[in-house]
Design a protein around this ligand. Sequence first.
Ligand code: HEC
Ligand code: HEC
Ligand code: HEC
Ligand code: HEC
Ligand code: HEC
Ligand code: HEC
Ligand code: HEC
Ligand code: HEC
Ligand code: HEC
Ligand code: HEC
Ligand code: HEC
Ligand code: HEC
Ligand code: HEC
Length: 460
Amino acid sequence: MAMKQERGARGDRRRGRGLAPRLALVLAVLGGVAHLGRAQDGAPIQLGPSCVTAECHADINQGQFLHGPVNMGQCQPCHVPVNNQHVFEKPAGGEPVCLLCHETEQPKAVVHAPFAADCAVCHDPHNGGNRYFVKGGLGAESCNQCHSDVSAGLSMLHGPVAVGECLVCHTPHQSEHAHLLVEPRATLCQSCHTDVQAELENAVSVHTPVKQDCAGCHNAHGGNREYFLVAEGQDLCRKCHEPFLKQMSQFKHPHEPMSEGKGCVACHEAHVSSQEQLLKAHNMELCLSCHNETIEGARGMIENIQAQIGNARFLHGPLREDNCIACHQAHGSDHPNILEKAFPDSFYTSFESEKYDLCFACHDKQIILEEKTAATGFRNGEQNLHYLHVNREKGRSCRACHHEHAANQPNHIREEVPFGRWRMQVEFEKTETGGSCSTGCHVPYKYDRASPVQNVAARE
Ligand code: HEC
Ligand code: HEC
Ligand code: HEC
Ligand code: HEC
Ligand code: HEC
Ligand code: HEC
Ligand code: HEC
Ligand code: HEC
Ligand code: HEC
Ligand code: HEC
Ligand code: HEC
Ligand code: HEC
Ligand code: HEC
């Protein structure tokens, strides 16, 4: 209950100032009354100079701390004799009696039910083992007189709860914040977890709920999971990202780490990150943190991408910019190989330019469309060899010749092409005006843009 000044921190000894004069006033008003009482046999007894003697009410001024008026031997402000006899009604411990001397607190948005009802359910009006005479002490025991133990059934307790310090987070009387919190939810936790606060200030991306409410993910009292998390793995994220996860679950080709292992936090930080979108690392570094070995995937062996690109002479443009997600969707996709856009996952396919949407998002599709052209370097005279290979009923996919990530031959021509179980060798020689190709597909052929080569009959 605030005295004249604002309610200060615990231990603020100034808050009693102004009380003594009020006390004196109350005593003056009550003074002069003849104090008679009755002995147990009914005979009137004189109210003595003190109500506390070795025989009478000896317990009232015991205890480590005495309430101001009791300390001064004054019972009357609170106990008014009935008919001037030694008969006292037990005063209600509520506001009327306490507010004789203590000032009313400014009402706040959230009032603790017992505070509105009865001060004496918590405060002993006479004395106590703590400076506020709180029954049960200033720790959890006092709260547990009415509340079920918040630590019950929890295998791990939050530091302050473990030592029963409820009052570092809750106020016993009233508060502006729900659940009687001493601070807004947004700053309560950071007031002690200053390292988390420091991270927030220096981060590139901050997870919105971390700024608003740590308790959205952590149970404030403790829990049965590490870090008292309110849920585990994907379920934690699902609490708020349900629509997003629903969308993700509909992909024809999910990316396994979404649901296996650590789930979302394999790639995302839960609090803050030095990367956009809370990523644990920049995207290529992130991808290669797992794709630095062959992985036995559900659909067969997945190559070690780190090894593919590690020693290659030529990296495909987007990889030179450390950007795997230029082509892949980290969460999953309706296209094979979790690609951003369509790209066939077979060696042969009947031609439709939409099947190559991925490549033609960045490259000019003219290289493939016309039988005769100057739009591509892959031509013999004006005969378009891209058209010849790709644009037909049993067309070859780009991957028959090009590697999508990295290669040691110019123009990203592969050294070997997976053809069923055979790793078919491809030897590509480039010249000023053309090139030659030696592969399992056909006898060695040459092409020349300036003076077309007459190759031996093709098997096509
Ligand atoms: C007759 C005046 C009077 C009445 C009535 C009174 N108090 Fe007090 N109270 C005081 C004085 C004087 C102090 C001592 C102030 C100090 O030491 O700073 C005090 C101190 C306290 C303190 C300790 C405050 C602190 O900051 O250390 C509490 C708690 C308290 N009173 C609760 C109550 C409650 C609960 C009631 C009603 C049951 C009540 N008081 C009724 C005069 C009164
Ligand atoms: C600040 C107000 C206040 C003062 C001062 C005060 N009392 Fe009380 N007293 C109460 C209240 C309130 C109750 C009822 C407590 C309850 O219901 O738990 C009470 C109860 C009692 C009781 C009956 C219950 C018990 O605790 O045994 C006795 C006896 C008593 N007081 C004696 C005294 C004496 C003697 C003094 C003076 C030395 C005194 N009181 C001073 C407020 C006061
Ligand atoms: C739910 C229990 C509870 C109730 C009910 C309650 N108090 Fe308190 N009160 C406490 C606790 C616990 C503290 C100690 C706070 C701390 O350590 O910060 C306290 C502290 C105080 C203090 C000293 C600190 C301050 O805020 O100035 C006063 C005075 C006080 N209470 C008066 C009252 C009065 C008057 C009422 C009734 C209107 C009341 N209390 C009702 C639990 C209660
Ligand atoms: C005298 C009984 C009593 C004591 C002692 C008591 N409380 Fe309460 N508390 C209540 C009651 C009654 C409510 C209202 C319950 C409700 O609304 O469901 C309440 C409500 C609360 C709430 C708000 C709950 C909510 O969901 O908004 C919090 C927080 C709380 N108490 C914390 C404490 C703490 C901390 C202590 C110890 C310092 C404590 N209480 C001591 C009786 C008590
Ligand atoms: C680290 C701060 C902190 C400490 C310490 C703490 N609480 Fe809480 N408490 C909270 C927060 C935050 C909420 C609101 C939880 C939410 O909204 O999910 C809460 C909610 C509550 C509630 C109402 C909701 C519920 O869970 O029933 C009660 C009652 C409560 N606390 C009692 C206590 C008691 C008793 C203690 C001491 C044993 C304590 N608290 C210690 C932060 C704390
Ligand atoms: C009064 C200070 C205080 C407040 C307020 C506080 N904490 Fe704590 N917290 C601690 C202490 C002390 C520890 C134990 C530290 C340790 O063991 O290293 C702790 C531990 C934790 C841990 C476990 C850390 C680990 O490495 O195991 C989490 C999670 C946590 N707090 C979250 C929160 C959240 C969420 C809030 C707000 C609802 C909060 N804290 C408010 C003091 C506080
Ligand atoms: C979106 C959910 C979420 C929110 C909101 C959140 N956390 Fe966490 N927190 C986590 C997860 C998940 C972990 C475990 C991290 C891991 O496994 O890498 C964690 C770990 C922690 C840890 C222990 C590890 C460490 O970093 O020291 C502390 C302490 C902690 N959180 C405090 C906080 C505080 C304080 C806030 C609010 C400022 C907060 N958390 C908000 C999800 C969250
Ligand atoms: C308590 C609610 C809550 C939980 C739990 C939660 N999030 Fe969020 N998350 C949000 C909100 C709110 C946003 C901001 C959404 C917006 O701006 O549209 C967000 C945004 C994000 C973003 C985008 C960040 C950016 O910078 O664009 C990512 C990534 C994210 N969350 C991942 C996760 C992961 C992973 C988890 C599980 C560990 C998780 N979230 C759990 C509420 C939550
Ligand atoms: C394999 C790594 C990886 C995993 C696992 C992962 N993410 Fe992401 N996430 C990313 C990347 C990379 C981005 C940035 C995508 C972009 O910029 O196009 C991202 C972006 C996001 C975004 C913001 C952009 C958007 O698409 O709305 C949210 C929200 C998000 N992730 C939530 C989640 C959730 C929830 C999970 C767990 C179910 C999860 N992520 C698992 C890598 C991952
Ligand atoms: C946490 C580890 C992890 C991270 C990080 C990761 N992946 Fe994966 N990825 C896997 C695993 C495991 C598989 C095998 C899934 C399966 O069973 O098919 C896989 C499969 C793939 C596949 C083949 C999918 C299919 O349908 O065959 C592609 C493509 C892929 N990842 C790309 C990426 C990209 C791009 C990134 C970065 C954005 C990335 N991965 C980050 C673990 C990871
Ligand atoms: C230019 C687009 C593009 C970029 C950028 C790209 N990929 Fe791919 N990736 C593909 C295509 C196309 C396939 C399918 C190849 C196939 O079917 O032979 C593929 C396949 C994969 C596979 C499956 C390999 C297998 O053996 O099944 C993984 C894993 C993969 N990429 C990871 C990555 C990683 C990691 C990065 C960044 C270092 C990356 N990709 C960058 C286009 C790209
Ligand atoms: C996100 C944009 C992007 C996508 C998607 C993309 N590429 Fe590229 N590609 C580039 C860039 C940038 C270069 C480098 C151009 C340069 O160096 O002038 C390049 C270079 C090439 C080259 C070498 C060109 C030369 O002149 O040597 C080939 C071949 C190639 N890409 C094939 C493909 C194929 C096949 C696909 C589809 C699987 C594809 N690209 C998808 C951006 C992309
Ligand atoms: C039969 C092998 C083969 C196939 C299939 C193939 N290419 Fe090429 N591509 C080449 C060769 C060889 C070159 C180098 C031409 C030169 O500069 O001498 C080339 C060059 C390119 C270039 C560089 C620009 C140009 O046209 O000269 C791009 C881009 C390209 N290819 C994309 C594709 C795409 C996209 C596909 C699939 C739709 C594809 N290629 C299919 C062999 C092939």
